[in-house]
Design a protein around this ligand. Structure first.
Ligand SMILES: NC(=O)C1=CN([C@@H]2O[C@H](COP(=O)(O)OP(=O)(O)OC[C@H]3O[C@@H](n4cnc5c(N)ncnc54)[C@H](OP(=O)(O)O)[C@@H]3O)[C@@H](O)[C@H]2O)C=CC1
Ligand SMILES: O=C(O)[C@@H]1CCC=N1
Length: 283
């Protein structure tokens, strides 16, 4: 295939990460990439930074596209799909990163068959993300490879046959950076409480998290074995771990990720509003 024409519908944080990745990897020239959204200033900003084609009309933006990427919020998807129904070129691949949006529902509302559903995460912005993705039966081998290249431009990618892994990936790796940043924020604040200047606390926490992740990835040991390596009998780590276990740290993580999984499933059923009373509390 010649350099593909790619239209990104929803030029927000993730839409921009995808555009940056495509251009960083030289997958297609900037003039083949269209960014479409309602805010003219935003799409103009993307034009000035990346040289992509700015549009505010989604239907016009997908004309002649080989790939249409849907990166709007779930709450906007219905409106976007109805505006694009019958407008997406029949040979195009539609790639959605919208949380919870299931392939059969997108297919029905868009009247389109060649679809990919993907769940990236925000480290995609620096090419260090991880994406879990699946494809409908109508996706050709060539489109499958193109999707792999596009998602590979964001970091690692894992293809799965079963779509139900997508809601799980949304909860674990899609939302995952939010849990990691909360943890890091709490550690930095604790460091400041101890008396470190914030800048030094941030440096200590960043390199501790980065180094631990690399060590885990490199050693391929069970995390508990690596944790035991740190934990001297009667020492400081044991004193801290006692409090984390007592506070229900691992149960809280497990419950939180289960709540995210349920929320992703709910979003797929168009349940866009949720009060805390309806939440996945399991106490
Ligand atoms: N953030 C994350 O960590 C991840 C998000 N996702 C999914 O990616 C999607 C986008 O998320 P994110 O980038 O964070 O959200 P953003 O709000 O940053 O981006 C959404 C973009 O869509 C634009 N938009 C709104 N209405 C329309 C429309 N009718 N047509 C075209 N564009 C429109 C918004 O414009 P405006 O701001 O002017 O309304 C905005 O630029 C979501 O579905 C989310 O579930 C997936 C993985 C990770
Ligand atoms: O919070 C959300 O709904 C999106 C999906 C995954 C990460 N952010």
């Amino acid at each position: 295939m010649d350099a593909p024409k790619i239209s990104v519908i929803g030029p927000g944080a993730m839409g921009e990460a995808i555009i940056a990745g495509l251009l960083r990897d030289g997958l297609t020239p900037a003039q083949h990439v269209t960014a479409s959204g309602p805010d003219v200033e935003r799409v103009e900003e993307l034009r000035s930074v990346y040289g992509v084609r700015p549009m505010t009309d989604n239907a016009a933006a997908v004309e002649g596209a080989d790939v249409v990427i849907l990166s709007v919020k779930p709450q906007r998807l219905e409106r976007v799909l109805s505006g694009l129904c019958g407008k997406v070129p029949p040979q195009a691949l539609v790639l959605s990163i919208v949380a919870g949006a299931a392939l059969p529902s997108i297919s029905e509302r868009l009247q389109h068959k060649a679809l990919v559903r993907a769940m990236p995460n925000t480290p995609a912005q620096i090419g260090e993300g991880i994406t879990v993705w699946t494809a409908s039966a109508a996706v050709s081998t060539e489109q499958h490879e193109l999707a792999r290249c596009i998602l590979g431009a964001l970091g690692s990618e894992i293809f799965v046959e079963e779509e139900n892994y997508l809601d799980m990936a949304t909860a674990l790796s899609g939302s995952g950076p939010a849990y990691v940043f909360l943890f890091m924020e709490a550690m930095v604040d604790a460091g400041v409480h101890l008396g470190f200047p914030r800048r030094i606390a941030e440096q200590l926490v960043t390199q501790t998290v980065r180094g631990s992740a690399d060590y885990f990835a490199g050693r391929k040991s069970h995390p508990a074995a690596l944790r035991n390596e740190v934990t001297s009998p009667g020492g400081t780590s044991a004193a801290a771990l006692y409090y984390l276990e007592k506070a229900g740290f691992r149960t809280a993580i497990s419950r939180a990720i289960w709540a995210a999984y349920e929320r992703s499933q709910e979003l797929g059923k168009d349940k866009h509003r949720k009060s805390p009373e309806n939440s996945a509390e399991r106490d």
